[in-house]
Design a protein around this ligand. Structure first.
Ligand SMILES: CC(C)C(=O)C(=O)O
Length: 523
């Protein structure tokens, strides 16, 4: 069966730039245009509104210069106005060959905003179209507020379409300017229009005010529309336009009779670039391109993925240049941990896997964000902890850090069931902690090993509540050894590493000689 081709016009650089607070630079517009046409393979791009600013003129010139050299000029469009040819002059300066002329698609807009009759409006439109023809510029015509026009003044819309059918134009662009259509209405309005003017190319331009942009785009295609306007990440005026990634996936998965030229596998790359250039973060749950949408969080899902891919749908991440991941947190089961270990090339026995899983769940309970990068640290901490007896426990502590006062520590340490308390000031919180500890041990006639090295590792690419690992090297008169601590707080890491040292030393204090902990120490 021969497929019906739908043209995709990307308007990220025009309507998308109308997202509040967004302005693309010249080089950003050029880079995005290149990616859209060459990599994503959209059919057409709308890159600016005419007459906006000097900077915009520069940006459009940069795109048209590149597009001319690479054979894309006919696919680069600019929104223009019914302004007796001022926009056409701007287009000539910018080197653009296709204008998308903004006209009124509802009687309401025509009478209240332009205060003109349909006949006056049509005559001025005809003038601009003819000027364009004279200058070698092709015209597509936008019917602004067309959706409300269909609801409230359909006679005007059809009178206008009858007029346009006689004009020298390429396409008619039908926007749901205020994003008010339901999918049912979208289908009905477009079906009626296509039935009356089957020879004309119509594009549909959805807005997303009710979050119906994708559904309306789907119904527009079902109704026989010839082209769709989309934006990367759904950027655009107010709630934005129909999002490129979702609409493309819907067409590919649910409309097998439709052909589009877009390369799904480039969608994510373009989305991330637009996110960076625009400064508008992609919501984590945004279908196809959001951070979380290919992450299985529940252990039961990871388990099901191992058993005949029970929790997969057709939206496979690889289609879009992405990868499935398995979250680590309080709902992770063993299967999630195993999936992450596999990726790291690690294998644990059942007992250790259970311990690591338990530790990840505990961290998740503390609202810590645990990432795959943290896993090697957690494993080393959990496996390392097996080596220590629990004879000494840091029961509680208060660490203070304030302006103008020396950091101080009050600590309570349980040694073989007995709790001892001590207090000290130091050069930093951990220094104060160590001093208090050395006073506490000294009062029992014991000296602690000297701290000779202190190294902090933070898991690569981690967020602000990332886990860190502190490795401390200790020295007695006879041996040097290391202990490590893991936490999201650096001082707590060091205290955990110190607690392990105390357990190693417990019972050996007579055997090894420690050192006075810093002469300058004060209580
Ligand atoms: C400016 C116009 C074409 C528009 O984006 C709309 O009506 O939605």
């Amino acid at each position: 069966m021969k497929k019906r081709k739908i043209e995709i016009m990307d308007t990220t650089l025009r309507d998308g730039e109308q997202t509040s607070g967004v302005s693309f630079s010249v080089s950003e517009k050029l880079t995005i245009s290149q990616l859209l046409l060459e990599e994503l393979k959209v059919d057409r791009i709308e890159i600016a509104s005419a007459r906006v600013s000097e900077g915009e003129l520069e940006a459009v010139k940069a795109v048209t210069t590149w597009a001319t050299a690479n054979g894309y000029l006919e696919r680069v469009e600019v929104l223009t106005f019914v302004d007796h040819g001022i926009s056409i002059d701007w287009m000539l300066q910018a080197g653009v060959k296709v204008q998308n002329l903004l006209t009124k698609g509802s009687l309401n807009h025509l009478t209240h905003q332009l205060k003109k009759t349909p006949e006056q409006h049509f005559s001025e439109i005809n003038q601009v179209i003819e000027l364009g023809v004279k200058e070698g510029i092709k015209t597509n015509v936008y019917l602004e507020d067309w959706s409300n026009g269909m609801r409230n003044s359909p006679e005007y819309v059809f009178q206008y379409l009858d007029f346009l059918a006689t004009q020298n134009i390429e396409r008619i662009l039908l926007p749901d300017t205020l994003g008010v259509l339901t999918p049912h209405e979208t289908f009905k309005f477009l079906k009626d229009i296509k039935a009356k003017y089957p020879q004309i190319h119509f594009d549909f331009h959805a807005h997303n005010d009710y979050d119906l942009g994708t559904a309306n785009a789907l119904e527009a295609v079902n109704a026989g529309i010839d082209g769709l306007h989309l934006t990367v990440n759904g950027m655009g005026e107010r709630a934005g336009n129909a999002p490129m990634a979702s609409v493309i996936a819907v067409i590919n998965d649910f409309l097998p009779e439709i052909e589009i030229s877009l390369k799904e596998c480039s969608i994510y790359k373009v989305s991330k670039l637009v996110e960076t250039f625009s400064g508008v973060r992609i919501p984590a749950n945004k279908p196809i391109v959001g951070e979380n949408v290919f992450t299985q969080t529940a252990g039961i899902h990871a388990d099901g993925d191992n058993k005949n891919n029970l929790y997969f749908n057709d939206l496979l991440p690889e289609r879009f240049g992405r990868k499935r991941s398995y979250a680590l947190g309080k709902t992770s089961g063993k299967a999630n941990i195993e999936k992450n270990l596999q990726e790291l090339g690690l294998k644990l026995n059942d007992a250790d896997l259970k311990k690591v899983t338990q530790r990840v769940i505990e961290l998740g309970d503390l609202k810590e964000t645990v990432t795959q990068d943290d896993l090697p640290y957690i494993i080393s901490d959990v496996l390392d902890s097996k080596a220590y007896q629990d004879k000494v426990k840091v029961e509680s502590y208060v660490l203070s850090h304030s302006k103008g006062l020396r950091p101080s520590a009050t600590i309570a340490i349980k040694i073989n069931g007995e709790v001892y308390e001590e207090h000290a000031q130091g050069d930093g919180q951990f220094d104060a902690f160590m001093l208090a500890l050395s006073f506490l041990y000294k009062s029992q006639g014991k000296l602690l090993p000297a701290l000779i090295d202190y190294v902090v590792h933070i898991a690569p690419g981690s967020s602000s509540d990332a886990l860190c690992e502190t490795v401390i090297t200790w020295q007695t008169d006879k041996k040097t050894f290391k202990t490590r601590g893991l936490d999201s707080d650096q001082t707590v890491c060091a205290i955990k590493a110190t607690e392990k040292m105390l357990n190693i030393m417990e019972g050996q204090m007579q055997e090894y000689k420690g050192f006075e902990y810093q002469e300058s120490s004060s209580k």
